[in-house]
Ligand binder design. Sequence first.
Ligand SMILES: [Zn+2]
Length: 162
Amino acid sequence: MEKLEMQAKILGSKIKLKSLQQWICDSCGGVIEKPEDGWFEWYTEGDEFIASGYRIVHHDQRCMYNEHSLFHQGKSVSDGHLDDFVGPDGLVYLTRMLELDNLKDKSELIEMIRRLHVPYYEEARQYWAQAEEDGFFDGSNEVWPYLPSTCLRLIGEYGKRD
Ligand SMILES: [Zn+2]
């Protein structure tokens, strides 16, 4: 068994999300049960189509951006099925988007790439603020906090067993 798998097995029920298969909806806060139930969206604005507002949500009108109200704010919605942005093909799309120079804040899209492609990151990020406050990341380099094994350590530290 792989080291990461073993680490995950030990955590057992502290892990609530199926890694890279389930996400927390940025709109309602509920669990997106599978990629097919999800939606990836953002908006562009201005003459240069500056992109921001990236979100992972349920593919449901109640959670998705309201195109009309954004339109009235001068914003135009771009979106797609979440399952088009997962897996190797999804990573190619996302990194291509990162190469374009229309991003308001590159770190917004980088966060999405981590959520969609780094194992256990989506679950660990829920505990991020608390971990920072507790000094969990103190003295680490810029990469360590995002490693899957670190994400699992975070879940181990802050996750609750059923
Ligand atoms: Zn939702």
